[in-house]
Design a protein around this ligand. Structure first.
Ligand code: 5GP
Ligand code: MG
Ligand code: MG
Length: 190
């Protein structure tokens, strides 16, 4: 654990095993991604579609780093499965508030693990005839390569560990951490 994170644990300190990505690393990567996206979308107005709830912190920091006129929509989906893995069977909990036809849609995702959620989502959104449809994910796990989902922008490729923080939860906790960390094994067994 980097010393900078120690005073910054939101009271979760005892549960945290190790910090995988510090707040500084995340923010530097977001600046990089935003530069890349800003270059690619220079003449186009981007519609960011954030996938609730995990992408909320990323969306918020990314939209500010982008420095382009962007619009925001949110969608909430639930994939049936256990607390730590998904099945690919997806249900819409909250749909977009408006039509995205002819819009340049950039889906903002927290993490791609099996890729099943995203694969379903892209099919669903693609059917609404956007002008373009791309994905920007902060994190990607190794299994994601098994499903062929086109992800234009990726922040970090991480090992196959369950992570929390910066939007990502375990049982709805830890989303508010400004960094990405793993939890001690005893947290899962209690
Ligand atoms: P996929 O369909 O790609 O397997 O799953 C994507 C979703 O599973 C993510 O949006 C997230 O909600 C959840 N997920 C996958 N890996 C992790 C992880 O390491 N930590 C947390 N907190 N959620 C994860
Ligand atoms: Mg997600
Ligand atoms: Mg979750």
């Amino acid at each position: 654990t980097a010393p900078a994170e120690l005073g910054n644990d939101h009271g979760y300190g005892p549960d945290i095993d190790h910090v995988l990505l510090s707040e500084e690393q995340i923010q530097a990567k977001i600046a990089e991604l935003a530069d890349q996206v800003a270059g690619d979308y220079a003449e186009r107005e981007v519609l960011l579609v954030g996938v609730l709830k995990g992408a909320v912190l990323f969306m918020s920091d990314f939209a500010r780093a982008l420095r382009l006129p962007t619009q925001m929509e949110f969608m909430a989906v639930s994939s049936y499965g256990s607390a730590t893995s998904s099945s690919g069977v997806v249900r819409i909990l909250k749909d977009l508030d408006r039509d995205i036809s002819d819009k340049h849609v950039l889906v903002i995702e927290d993490i791609i693990d099996s890729g099943l959620t995203l694969s379903w989502l892209l099919k669903n959104l693609g059917g609404r005839r956007p002008a373009s449809l791309e994905v920007c994910a902060l994190l990607r796990k190794p299994d994601a390569v098994k499903v062929d989902v086109p992800v234009r922008y990726v922040g970090f490729d991480i090992p196959n560990e369950f992570v929390v923080g910066y939007g990502l939860d375990y049982a709805e906790r830890y989303r508010d951490l400004p960094y990405i960390a793993t939890l001690k094994p005893e947290v899962y067994s209690s």
